[in-house]
Design a protein around this ligand. Structure first.
Ligand SMILES: *Cc1c(COP(=O)(O)O)cnc(C)c1O
Length: 383
């Protein structure tokens, strides 16, 4: 049986009748830039995330860039983050002339380890000692929150701001104050991506920042439009970071289905979890399972560790099972960051994860026979 890593056609078939009319509406209005569709989506998305304001942006990458610009990150600054993430997290830091200061991950969750982060803050590498760590940038990798309480404590102690890279985790919850907080709404600014493969994906590139700080929200709106709040008068240098009305219209429809899709992914994960019990496959850990959360994980990716990963991956591909390695090379070892002078061995857990992890199909429309085919092919490939 052929099982793709992701099948977006299955999702579109289910919501086509809701999507087509809103696309027509935008086309008939010819209102493509900002306007009512973007505003409506921003209101609904802010409420969904539990933040006061949402600012629609052109991509997740631009959301991180705009968030760091809003916090005045630039040359002379450093931003503490994880080396085990998609490139955009650190790329955005470097584009502003700041240094990505890395801290290793917790091997159980793949998220930045707050204890490792503390060590870096207390004792940064000598070559970065004159940099001011202005922002801590945790990533909620694969759809599960980083351990935010500890990062918020660190930010208070070391006088940093917090930008959350929530690009893979919209809707994921974290235990707080006897209840739950959603990712993106715990730090100063939260960043989201609507790249098609995310749980909430649009029909191209799209992104969003959320914040409950009115001044930061206003600044993000100005940065999004070339640093101008009054047309042709520019207070600061911004960019063209706007979310399209067509994308906002699609996203507003999809937002209504999001929690059901998250639940279907969690059910798929539970199927795999029980199938891999007692096998050499190490299933991902749900860190906040016993915390009474509705959405402890949204499984943008279901990532296992397997011995002999590259060989197993080849056998899955041969069997027609889609799979992928997120990510094969830690960011501290990327060629473009050679000037940062990190070395192999600096972040052993990230380096190990890059060698052992494999993402399996987890999208909501998978059937039981498809999941069983993934399990069978994976176990066969390890023999
Ligand atoms: C997808 C993603 C981004 C970038 O989002 P784009 O919309 O593709 O620019 C940033 N960080 C993480 C962790 C991501 O998964």
């Amino acid at each position: 049986m052929h099982v793709p890593l992701l099948d977006l056609k299955a999702q579109y078939a289910a919501i086509r009748s809701e999507i087509r009319p809103v696309l027509d509406e935008v086309c008939e209005s010819q209102y493509f830039i900002m306007g009512p569709k973007v505003e409506a989506f921003e209101r609904n998305a802010a409420a969904y995330c539990g933040a006061r304001e949402a600012i629609g942006l052109s991509s997740g990458t631009d959301a991180i860039l705009a968030a760091l610009m809003a916090l005045d990150v630039g040359p002379g600054d450093a931003v503490l983050t994880t080396p085990y993430t998609f490139f955009a997290t650190a790329g955005s830091i470097a584009r502003l002339g700041a240094v990505p200061l890395f801290a290793d991950i917790d091997p159980a969750t793949f998220n930045m380890d707050p204890r490792a982060a503390r060590k870096v803050l207390e004792n940064p590498p000598a070559r970065f000692r004159d940099r001011r760590v202005k922002v801590i940038l945790p990533v909620h990798l694969y759809g599960q929150s980083a351990d935010m309480r500890l990062f918020l404590d660190l930010a208070a102690e070391f006088k940093c701001r917090i930008v959350e890279d929530a690009c893979q985790a919209i809707g994921a919850e974290y235990p707080a104050d006897g209840g739950a907080r959603k990712v993106g709404a715990m730090g100063d600014i939260g960043c989201f991506s609507f790249f098609p493969s995310k749980n909430l994906g649009c029909f191209g590139d799209g992104g969003m920042a959320v914040t409950s700080d009115a001044a930061l929200a206003a600044r993000l709106r100005v940065i999004r439009a070339h640093g101008s709040s009054k047309k042709y008068f520019h207070e600061i240098v911004g960019g063209n970071f706007r979310l399209d009305a067509l994308q906002a219209a699609v996203l507003d429809v999809k937002l209504r289905h999001l929690d059901a899709w998250h639940a279907a992914r969690r059910a798929n994960a539970a199927f795999y979890d029980s199938a891999f019990k007692g096998t050499p496959v190490r299933a991902p850990k749900m860190a906040y399972a016993g915390c009474n959360l509705r959405q402890p994980h949204i499984y943008n990716q279901y990532v296992v560790r397997v011995p002999g990963r590259d060989r197993v991956r080849e056998s899955l591909v041969k069997a027609g099972i889609g799979c992928e390695v997120y990510y094969p090379l830690s960011l501290h070892m990327q060629e473009c960051f050679r000037y940062l002078e990190y070395r192999l061995g600096d972040f052993p857990e990230s380096e190990r994860a890059a060698l052992e992890t494999l993402a399996l199909p987890i999208y909501p429309e998978l059937t039981d026979p498809m999941k069983q085919a993934v399990v069978d092919a994976l176990l066969a490939g390890m023999r």
